[in-house]
Design a protein around this ligand. Sequence first.
Ligand code: GDP
Length: 195
Amino acid sequence: MKVTQATFEVSAVKPAQYPKDVLPEIALAGRSNVGKSSLINCLIERKNLARTSSKPGKTQTINFYRINDQFYFADVPGYGFARVSKSVREAWGKMMETYFTERKTLKAVIQVVDLRHPPTADDQTMYQFLKYHQLPVIVVATKADKIARGKWQKHLKIVKETLELQPEDPLILFSAETRQGKEELWRVIEAKLEI
Ligand code: GDP
């Protein structure tokens, strides 16, 4: 995918605020600080369109980015940040439930996990939630540059087994640092978008 245009469209907390033109959409989900913003910036080749935040868990809005006037990336707020209050967690849960159940244009969800560690209980819950809603998931295991090449397969296997990854859902090894996996991920995204 050649990204010629990538613009921040809107932040939303409820459906009335989502973009209204009927472009297909790919959502991105992941634990706070997992590397989701870095992944988006790497894909669209912008240094800082999706803000890499030093305060994980702060952004509680769904941020829509319009790409090539062809589709949207919907960046949903990170989960599993221990220090947010119960009321913030509940609001997050409601917002996610609404988005994932009501967004008709949603084609797939990229779930970002850390290749270095087994997926957390929150990662498992997120994956199960997406599967419960029958959404196609693309699991991206990022920060591959942080572990030795010889250990990649072992770590991928742990990700697969811990999430109980379904055979229809691809698992992609990735690094925002080295751009490893970028082309493969774009191919999978294009297939899901049918563009
Ligand atoms: P987010 O909260 O999920 O959006 O995470 P960020 O994209 O802000 O990344 C969190 C931290 O991990 C930052 O310090 C990034 O520089 C770092 N990071 C993200 N992706 C990678 C990667 O692929 N490799 C390495 N080495 N560091 C990464």
